[in-house]
Write a protein that binds this ligand. Structure first.
Ligand code: ZN
Length: 233
């Protein structure tokens, strides 16, 4: 059996090896081999220069195509990722505030299920890979409340498009079980295609951005992944 350092060296070799060949990063302009990421390992998905993942690159493309914009807007960004923060700032928003449930990670400590912000106070809210962590009916209601009419929630979640119904299971209560059932220790569900119905129930109208097949190869995206653009009527 391999020793601990041997195992760690094997693992690191596995993660640094890109089995898919070169790709391009729209976030930083890098072109070449990518690195592995995730548990279980997804080979060649992380840009070695800026460390973007598939979802960050998809967000970048949606912005580049003009489907997402922040110019002149009051923007609130939950669980802020650097890649998205850079895009927001470059667009010259009217205001840009970041928020996280954990102190020290963002400008404000905010609970998505009870957002301490006034009604109709934001034009754009970005929530990428956060709704799968919380009571999403409450969170979506709160996100709808703090948006101005015509304002927009930009949301991304882990989603199995082939599942018509979201998988939630009250029996899955500890971290190990949540990892196996929902893909991460602190996730409480795995969304199906009915993620859309949940947003509509909260009062949003929906548009979606996806990348085509050749861009998925060129920019090493997750095929079929979506950016959800939810507008408050
Ligand atoms: Zn990059």
């Amino acid at each position: 059996m391999a020793s601990r350092p041997e195992r760690s060296a094997m693992l690191s070799a596995l993660y640094s090896r890109d089995l898919l060949g070169p790709a391009e990063c729209p976030c930083c302009g890098y072109g070449g081999l990518f690195e592995g990421f995730g548990r279980p390992l997804r080979t060649g998905v992380m840009c070695p220069k800026c460390r973007s993942l598939e979802r960050h690159r998809l967000f970048h493309l949606a912005h580049r195509e003009g489907l997402i914009g922040f110019a002149g807007a009051d923007v609130l960004h939950f669980a802020p990722e650097r890649f998205i923060a850079e895009l927001v700032r470059a667009d010259r928003p009217n205001s840009y505030v970041t928020a996280d449930i954990e102190p020290g990670r963002a400008d404000l400590v905010l609970n998505l299920e009870a957002i301490d912000r006034p009604d109709a106070s934001s034009d754009v809210v970005v929530a990428s890979h956060v709704l799968e962590h919380v009571d999403d009916a409450r969170a979506m209601g709160e996100l709808h409340r703090i948006l101005r009419p015509g304002g927009r929630l930009v949301a991304m979640v882990p989603l199995i498009e082939g599942w018509s119904r979201t998988y939630e299971n009250p029996a899955v209560a500890d971290e190990e079980a949540r990892f196996h059932h929902f893909g991460q220790e602190d996730h409480v569900r795995f969304y199906g295609a009915d993620f859309r119905d949940r947003l509509r129930r909260a009062g949003f109208t929906l548009a979606e951005y996806e990348a085509g097949g050749s861009d998925s190869v060129r920019y090493r995206l997750q095929r079929g992944e979506k950016v959800f653009l939810a507008t408050k009527a």
